[in-house]
Design a protein around this ligand. Structure first.
Ligand SMILES: NC(=O)c1ccc[n+]([C@@H]2O[C@H](COP(=O)([O-])OP(=O)(O)OC[C@H]3O[C@@H](n4cnc5c(N)ncnc54)[C@H](OP(=O)(O)O)[C@@H]3O)[C@@H](O)[C@H]2O)c1
Length: 195
């Protein structure tokens, strides 16, 4: 299995959300996320899952991380509740870790078998949406691990004030097909020209 963390954080403070919201709206960032994760399996924390429009992302299998064993998903054929993160230790295939902060932190702090192999690190360099109220959520502990245990393998991709780079875990075997898929999806901006 290849575990891939994918996020967009705010430069400097590593904020990824304010209350339930992402505090910027950059359409090319959502499109990049879609290109990378379409047709794939991903895990999202319950709060992030609740923030998806209609609690779904088309054409993706979603594992919802929640302590609530009675939690009801919106699409029982394609969405599954996972109560114990350890269940992902033996996951087959690619697994995209799509946040939020509690979910990233759980994967980064529960031992080598859950630590991502690859990180797609997008960094937003603009201003936060000042109209949002709620607590700021940041992923600084994950960025500290990234800087210590990962190495950057891609060029810098700069688009709409967002700098995206790809990192792999130092010394780990990384599936080249997964890496190739990610880089191709970042570079393939054909949907950017569609209005
Ligand atoms: N910018 C980005 O790339 C990005 C991506 C995704 C989300 N976000 C933002 O992140 C924020 C949400 O993050 P969040 O940290 O509040 O929530 P979250 O990670 O989406 O959801 C956390 C949920 O998972 C549960 N949980 C945590 N660890 C668990 C474990 N080991 N086993 C089972 N369940 C577990 C939590 O339960 P408890 O509540 O009981 O602890 C909670 O229900 C929002 O602002 C969202 O917009 C940003």
């Amino acid at each position: 299995m290849t575990k891939i963390a994918i996020w967009c954080r705010h430069q400097g403070d590593n904020v990824i959300g304010i209350g339930p919201n992402i505090p910027w709206h950059i359409s090319s960032d959502f499109k990049r996320f879609r290109r990378i994760t379409e047709g794939q399996s991903l895990v999202a924390g319950e709060k992030t899952y609740e923030s998806f429009p209609n609690r779904t992302l088309p054409n993706r299998k979603i594992f919802v991380l929640s302590f609530n064993s009675d939690y009801e998903v919106s699409d029982k054929a394609n969405h599954f509740v996972v109560n114990d993160i350890k269940a992902f230790k033996d996951f087959e295939g690619n697994l995209f870790i799509a946040g939020g902060a509690g979910t990233y932190k759980a994967f980064f702090s529960n031992g080598a078998k859950l630590l991502p192999d690859i990180i797609v690190d997008s960094c937003y360099q603009g201003a936060l949406d000042v109209h949002l109220t709620g607590e700021k959520v940041d992923i600084t502990p994950c960025i500290d691990v990234m800087n210590k245990k990962f190495v950057k393998v891609s060029q810098d991709y700069d688009l709409d004030d967002i700098l995206t780079t790809v990192w792999v875990q130092k010394g780990a075997f990384v599936d080249q097909a997964a890496l190739k898929h990610i880089v191709k999806a970042i570079e393939d901006k054909k949907d950017e020209t569609v209005s």
